[in-house]
Design a protein around this ligand. Sequence first.
Ligand code: NAG
Length: 497
Amino acid sequence: MALKRVAITLLALCGLAAVGDALRCNCTNCEKTGYECETDGACMASTYYTQGKEQHVRICINRDNLVPPGQPFYCLSAEGLLNTHCCYVDYCNSVDLKVPVPTKEVNWLGSSWGPVELVAVIAGPVFLLCVLLMVGVFLFQYHQRAYSHRQRLEVEDPSCDHLYLAKDKTLQDLIYDMSTSGSGSGLPLFVQRTVARTIVLQEIIGKGRFGEVWRGKWRGGDVAVKIFSSREERSWFREAEIYQTIMLRHENILGFIAADNKDNGTWTQLWLVSDYHEHGSLFDYLNHYSVTIEGMIKLALSAASGLAHLHMEILGTQGKPGIAHRDLKSKNILVKKNGMCAIADLGLAVRHESITDTIDIAPNQRVGTKRYMAPEVLDETINMKHFDSFKCADIYALGLVYWEIARRCNAGGIHEEYQLPYFDLVPSDPSIEEMRKVVCDQRLRPNVPNWWQSYESLRVMGKIMRECWYANGAARLTALRIKKTLSQLSVEEDVKM
Ligand SMILES: *[C@@H]1O[C@H](CO)[C@@H](O)[C@H](O)[C@H]1NC(C)=O
């Protein structure tokens, strides 16, 4: 009897678990979790050809990424290139799909002759004529340069990547099309792949934690290509995932173009393609140039706008989750031609899922750059269950970046040489212990010189910095508050943004 009761209870529990539980899918790149993953969205299986070999990919797609609803980009196939299938029951993506060979056959009508076929024989040519007519109209418009029409993604049309990749389109056009026609999170996957595979690498422009950064050319325009070593697949995937968060695009966040994993037979090359900014990082920029008061305000305000957008949660189906950067520093901020900042390197970012009030990945202890770690991160008192803690740590780092900028501000003919924060208090490449002693035990902060008080803008910057550096994270300013204060300053100082 007892056994039976236990059995019934177990069964009931399993039933409950099945109802409340997430969808389980096969996952080709999840060695850690036994080639399985869990999601609130869909299972996806995709088959494509690279270098004559069939590749199978099975992954989870989170609900956030199932855009537009009904026909998500992630679930699209491209004829002769990519066969993709999304489904919504456990392990349904275990199927082996074939890449369909491009064919002119109208095989959707079946193979035996019947009334349906007769209709097809009659309707076929009519249909073909319509298609020809449409192509004609399209070509006509193309020649007329009548670009006022913006092609929307026709999901039923398997050749829509040709529309996207029409020969004379620049990346800006492509991405503009995307952000006006849908999610605003980027190009569809197969378009990303096509773009990535037609980039010509030019020169190496940097080495990062995860690999190299190159300048590349695509249709005459410059792009930046971050190439991850194959051991860093998780970092590549994570960064691509974060960049494709719905509604992330913002003028002060590095513009993401494409992610691609190229298999060259022996190893996988992992690419992340983004906008290219010739000034490079804020760190390089400040090393080379001093800035005017106007320049300083522009840099500071644009960085705050970018961070405010990242942090902000937008509710609704087309909303965006709150995102904390976790590795903000002058080397991870780029300077655009117009003197504004673009926040980059989102590989360590965490997203907040407000419905469940959870963070989308298990945040590991102390990541990021030691020099920029907030006191609560250094002494491990940060409350990692609380998403706002990560935002507060970002603000502390932003304060340090502001200090780096303000030192290079040329007011009344004086400016200081470039230095990293805490340059006078810790050695280069400091250990966590060395940082903790200075920042937590001695409670020291970078020096705010007295002469800054004589210039309104530097006075305001100094005040913001101090309010970013409080030992108590919750007492610090928010990115939005900083943005508002600096906007006001930019109006007073007549800075044109
Ligand atoms: C998918 O996962 C199920 C359950 O773990 C397993 O039985 C099946 O073999 C997997 N399919 C593939 C193609 O890996």
